[in-house]
Ligand binder design. Structure first.
Ligand SMILES: O=c1ccn([C@@H]2O[C@H](COP(=O)(O)O)[C@@H](O)[C@H]2O)c(=O)[nH]1
Length: 276
């Protein structure tokens, strides 16, 4: 039987390091690479980036929005990005930030977590802002399909605190409450649960307890200003479970494969000290 996502995640970070590369084909990057902002340009960009970096990093994180903007042909490119990244031995964390009422969440869970779907990924990002309970279909699907979830808890953008630092009736911040839910879901799992959090490498982080026995995606590393020292400061003893994620910081090194690969190796070297 396939191992749980938490088990695969721990093994991938140990084997390939704690750096996650985002495959985000921004129109401006296509231009910088000398490509047209078309489906053909998207395909060339995304598949070249995957070929350059996927064999060297633990997690690949395509951002669905950049493929969806080309409609069904863009989504077909995303399907290939997922398949080729997995074939290169990387875990695929699809950044789709989905979340809706429960019955619709079920359809999203089928789309992204059921291995029978062409978009099936190792894990996805989900938004809990219709209430954590609305994520139950994702939680159940992840358990059945041995997949992972990364719940938006404390995002890297400056607008996040308006919602995420609001205090609930129980006197906890919303972000702390999300981590509490994850702690409950991951209780007793070894070596790590499969229910993760998205926590920006740019946040203050004080007052949050990251010992929830789950994976942590830290976007905002690199381009948005987050550093390895920030990862150490924010996550403390939980830093070994962090995948620090950068998209533009790596993709700007293209189109040649060598500089992109070198950026991955540099980041992995720098992050190596976090592993305990
Ligand atoms: O809190 C969050 C959650 C997700 N993201 C996503 O990560 C990448 C960041 O790209 P960079 O080029 O490295 O800035 C992008 O896909 C975001 O949607 C985030 O930045 N912050």
């Amino acid at each position: 039987m396939t191992e749980t996502f938490g088990t695969r995640y721990v093994a991938a970070l140990a084997e390939r390091g704690q750096f996650c590369v985002g495959i985000d084909p921004h129109a401006s990057l296509l231009h910088d690479w000398g490509l047209d902002d078309t489906v053909a340009g998207l395909e060339k960009f995304a598949l070249s980036a995957v070929e350059a970096v996927a064999p060297y990093c633990s997690v690949i994180k395509p951002q669905s929005a950049f493929y969806e903007r080309f409609g069904s042909r863009g989504v077909a490119v995303l399907e290939r990005v997922i398949a080729e990244s997995r074939a290169a031995g990387a875990l695929v964390l699809l950044d789709v930030k989905r979340g809706d009422i429960g019955s619709t969440s079920q359809a999203y869970a089928d789309a992204y977590l059921d291995p029978a779907s062409p978009l099936a990924s190792d894990a996805i990002t989900v938004s809990p802002y219709l209430g954590f309970g609305s994520l139950q279909p994702f939680v159940d699907a992840a358990r059945v399909h041995r997949a992972g979830l990364f719940v938006l808890a404390a995002t890297s953008n400056k607008e996040g605190p308006e919602v995420q630092e609001a205090v609930t009736a129980e006197g906890r911040t919303v972000s702390a409450t999300m981590l509490d839910h994850l702690r409950e879901l991951n209780a007793g799992e070894t070596p790590l649960g499969s229910y993760g959090a998205v926590v920006g490498a740019t946040i203050d982080g004080s007052g949050l307890d990251f010992a929830f026995n789950g994976p942590i995606l830290a976007p905002g590393y690199g381009e948005q200003g987050g550093t390895t020292a920030d990862i150490r400061r924010i996550f403390g003893a939980s830093a070994p479970y962090v995948a620090a994620s950068s998209s533009r910081g790596v993709l700007r090194q293209g189109p040649d494969a060598g500089p992109m690969r070198a950026a991955v190796e540099r980041a992995n070297d720098e992050l190596r000290g976090l592993g305990g």
